[in-house]
Design a binder for this molecule. Structure first.
Ligand code: HEM
Ligand code: HEM
Length: 186
């Protein structure tokens, strides 16, 4: 079985790659932190988990804004020409949705925290301003939205990772290599 080969000109630049993998790792850590923070019994450790969860979430928000600005400034590598149109559309649509979710997750968390009226310092240093007044009803809905969005994000990530593995092991078109190395850059 021959190894996947990068398509010429397909590689992402170093900044885009570093931001992709940094945010990817933080999102996966964030799922675990959120899950643990919600399911553990009330204890000082549980409160610490929430501090880490909310702080990491705000860090992700900042990194995603940086990533989107970078994305707007560069020319994204073209998808392989052999990809059918519907697949190219599906790839672009799912990437767009991933960006929307990467913004909506921390924003809904921020609304949730503000509506709960909990004063909070990011990494115990930077005070997080409230973006809504304390309100039980808003807190309730923000909590449901936060939970619902994470289920959608988790499903989409399974498809995203599956698609990346299909490109690498079945189609062998270098799409994954283009996000891992600078091979294929023209
Ligand atoms: C093991 C995990 C992951 C793998 C193997 C992976 C793989 C890839 C690959 C190969 C691309 C490039 C597609 C192309 O060249 O058109 C890509 C793009 C992208 N990935 Fe991932 N990814 C992973 C995790 C994540 C996570 C956790 C997120 C965020 C929630 C994410 C969000 C994105 C977005 C938004 C793009 C589109 C980039 C753009 O067009 O600006 N990925 N990913
Ligand atoms: C990319 C960013 C984020 C992701 C992926 C994420 C993910 C999660 C997950 C998976 C849970 C557990 C849900 C459950 O099992 O019930 C959760 C809960 C929670 N998150 Fe986040 N979160 C993010 C950002 C934030 C931010 C920025 C804040 C606050 C500033 C926040 C505040 C909370 C709170 C308060 C809960 C508990 C929810 C409740 O009691 O109903 N999250 N989050």
């Amino acid at each position: 079985m021959s190894a996947a080969r990068a398509t010429p000109g397909h590689a992402w630049d170093t900044t885009a790659r570093v931001l992709h993998w940094l945010v990817a790792v933080l999102i996966l850590v964030q799922f675990a932190l959120g899950w643990m923070a919600v399911s553990w019994h009330l204890s000082p450790a549980k409160l610490d988990l929430f501090v880490w969860h909310k702080s990491t979430g705000m860090l992700i928000l900042a990194l995603v804004l940086l990533r989107l600005s970078w994305r707007a400034a560069i020319t994204a590598p073209p998808l392989p020409a052999a990809m059918p149109h519907w697949e190219q559309f599906a790839a672009r649509a799912s990437h767009g949705l991933l960006y929307v979710l990467m913004l909506a997750m921390p924003l809904s968390g921020w609304v949730l925290n503000s509506a709960a009226g909990v004063p909070f310092r990011i990494f115990r240093i930077l005070p997080l301003p409230a973006i809504t007044a304390p309100d039980r009803q808003v807190e309730h809905w923000a909590s449901r939205v936060h939970l619902g969005l994470w289920i959608v994000l988790a499903v989409l990530l399974v498809l995203h990772i599956g698609a990346a593995l299909r490109h690498h092991f079945i189609l062998r078109d270098g799409v994954l290599l283009g996000m891992l190395t600078d091979k294929g850059a023209s």
